[in-house]
Design a protein around this ligand. Structure first.
Ligand code: DHB
Length: 278
């Protein structure tokens, strides 16, 4: 049993936003799986088709994606209620869009995505400390909302400390570490692995585990005890889940391995983890 966001969960394992969670059918499949929570695809004010051309690729060690926030618009994700906890991932393209979306979600639990790397012409909010502070200030000034934030990985001690100092000012329920490593580029058969976004995309999968663990561990040390850490990145086995937990995660999310393996990944990971938890 795991306590998270006021829920008592049967397991600490859930899906990561982005992986097989855009349509109602996909969300129903997660509801029927052993994922303890349903997390939606990041949504915007209006529906989006996303980037054109092949936009996801993987091999044994990594995935790369440049989906371009393909989603059905926030009103769609706000229609649903499930027989298990539901987190709506929100990725408005501007602060104003986020304020509009969050205004409609005061009874929801939200994961605010501050780390989308694939939108042309837009930087990541979590890499602009002033902007991140301004987003959170304006959101909490207006809304009393159950919310966490999804972060990109940091690679530098100053970044960790500056980010944690800002995050600690707000009544966040959780901080999710980490989103994909932004703007990777991969060649497959002498060609760009993905066509979308000129081949640039967020890197996930097994190879990002050390960065996920470092960010979980650092943020657990730096953030207030009232903020849970959601571990995300590099999980393919129950042992990887256990590594996230002992680094400081309360719950974990699985993205690339869910895309590769389908909903059976959750029962396998739960079973494998139970050996480590004794
Ligand atoms: C997309 C990718 C991300 O890593 C993210 O956080 C949000 C959106 C995308 O390309 O759709």
């Amino acid at each position: 049993m795991t306590m998270f966001c006021g829920w008592t969960l049967p397991t600490c394992i859930m899906n990561a936003s982005g992986a097989r969670c855009t349509s109602w059918e996909e969300l129903k499949t997660i509801e029927e799986s052993e994922s303890s929570v349903i997390v939606s695809k990041s949504c915007t004010l209006l529906p989006r088709e996303g980037n054109k051309g092949k936009r996801y690729w993987d091999n044994d060690i990594m995935s790369i994606n440049s989906t371009g926030l393909a989603n059905n618009g926030y009103s769609y994700y706000n229609l649903f209620n499930f027989n298990k906890p539901y987190i709506i991932s929100v990725a408005g393209l501007t602060l104003e869009d986020n304020l509009t979306i969050l205004g409609a979600m005061e009874n929801r639990v939200v994961e605010l995505n501050l780390s989308c790397p694939n939108i042309a012409g837009k930087g990541q909010v979590c890499y602009d400390m002033q902007m991140m502070d301004e987003y959170l200030r304006q959101i909490y000034e207006r809304f009393d909302i159950q919310m966490g934030v999804k972060m990109s990985p940091y690679f530098d001690n100053f970044q960790f400390e500056n980010a944690a100092e800002i995050l600690n000012k707000y009544p966040l329920k959780f901080v999710t570490c980490i989103n994909s490593l932004g703007n990777g580029y991969m060649i497959d058969n002498n060609q760009k692995a993905i066509e979308a976004n000129d081949g640039f995309g967020g890197v996930g999968g097994r190879c990002i585990l050390p960065f996920a663990l470092s960010n979980v561990y650092k943020m657990r040390k730096l953030l207030s005890s009232g903020i849970d850490i959601v571990g995300c990145g590099g999980i393919t086995t129950g042992e990887d889940v256990y590594k996230h937990l002992i680094s400081g995660a309360t719950v974990v999310q699985v993205g690339t391995q869910f895309v590769k393996e389908g909903p059976a990944v959750f029962s396998r990971l739960n079973q494998e983890l139970s050996i480590f938890l004794g």
